[in-house]
Design a protein around this ligand. Structure first.
Ligand code: HEC
Ligand SMILES: [Cu+2]
Length: 321
């Protein structure tokens, strides 16, 4: 349920531009090759040998000019040049966009899970580390270093409008980077088949102007506020700790699980379950009631809850802003 396509024909950052030039350049070269070859085939097919005039008894010997062979050398020469040029351009582009710029101030450790993305904004001071899922906020106009890990199988991280693909491989940390020069939401997707719900492993990169990004980050640093005493949400928080806290963390409560996404600021996310559903109260209830129906095979089990308990848990989740 993504509201924008994974468009790789446009982009918005210093890392994306050289790749875009290459994409369009290669497309132009390929189209030119097809057009030229098609033209030559058409020329060859439409050439007729001149008919033998009726007064002549035998046809003249076929004329083959020796210079015809010369065209083979021209063809081989042009092809070699074009392929060499394309290979050099590709290597040049790879070398230009590969290394993380030295001024990358922000490092985000992104761990791919079947089938969602965990993002930890690293910081020298451990209490300033922010953890979120599936929706990465980045400041515009700044390079952001991404350390890619995998918790299980091979996945691949791709936000086409910002950067090239990089694999997330178990037991290994791959480095990539992103830079968005315009504010907006950039869509990404796991691009290495990783199991049943591979298609439901989307991510979003939300580029905010630096002051808004700082606000977002400060809010993410705060722990969840305790719901008002005696409220439905408070009852929900107790059920949550007991039934969900083994897998989910909500800072400010004793729920400290790490198998599922950190839910401390769940309400700041636009989607749930890696872009599968919009984050609305109705979908939230539907997800908690039966995640296996929505995303069969997901690592979140369907936890049996009574109607009123589900209601309370949702009321608690809705306080997590
Ligand atoms: C066995 C571990 C486990 C338990 C127990 C569990 N969850 Fe989950 N939960 C997960 C995993 C894993 C995901 C990610 C699923 C995905 O996107 O494929 C998830 C996703 C979610 C999400 C979506 C978060 C997001 O940002 O996408 C919500 C909300 C959620 N769980 C709520 C709950 C609630 C409420 C309970 C208790 C009733 C619960 N979970 C119990 C593992 C668990
Ligand atoms: Cu995948």
């Amino acid at each position: 349920m993504y509201d924008a396509p994974l468009n790789y024909l446009t982009g918005a950052g210093i890392r994306a531009y050289p790749v875009l030039w290459l994409t369009w350049g290669m497309t132009a070269i390929s189209v030119a090759v097809v057009v030229i070859i098609a033209f030559l085939i058409w020329r060859a097919l439409s050439r007729h040998r001149t008919a033998v005039p009726p007064e002549q008894t035998s046809s003249p010997p076929v004329q083959r000019s020796a210079s015809g062979l010369g065209w083979i050398y021209v063809g081989v020469g042009v092809s070699t040049f074009v392929l060499f040029f394309a290979a050099t351009w590709t290597m040049y582009t790879l070398a230009a966009v590969g290394p993380v710029p030295a001024d990358a101030a922000q490092t985000v450790e992104v761990t791919a899970h079947q089938w969602w993305w965990e993002a930890r904004y690293l910081n020298d001071e451990p209490f300033r580390i922010v953890t979120t899922a599936n929706e990465l906020h980045i400041p515009t106009g700044e390079p952001v270093r991404i350390l890619l890990k995998s918790a299980d199988v091979i996945h691949s991280f791709w936000v086409p409008a910002l950067s090239g693909k990089t694999d997330a491989i178990p037991g290994q940390t791959n480095t990539t980077w992103l830079q968005a020069d315009k504010p907006g939401t950039y869509f990404g997707q796991c691009t290495e088949y990783c199991g049943k719900q591979h298609a439901h492993m989307g991510l979003r990169v939300i580029a905010d102007p630096p002051d808004q990004f700082a606000k977002w980050r400060n809010n993410q640093l705060s722990a969840a506020a305790h719901p008002p005493a005696g409220s439905d949400a408070e009852r929900g928080s107790e059920i949550f700790v007991a039934r969900c806290g083994g897998c989910h963390r909500v800072r400010g409560t004793v729920a400290g699980g790490v198998l599922g996404p950190d839910l401390t600021h769940l309400m700041t996310r636009k989607t749930i379950a890696a872009g599968t559903l919009p984050n609305t109260p109705a979908y939230l209830s539907a997800w908690i009631a039966d995640p296996q129906h929505i995303k069969p095979g997901t690592q979140m089990p369907s936890v049996p809850l009574s109607g009123p308990d589900l209601q309370s848990v949702r009321a608690f989740l809705q306080t997590l802003s």
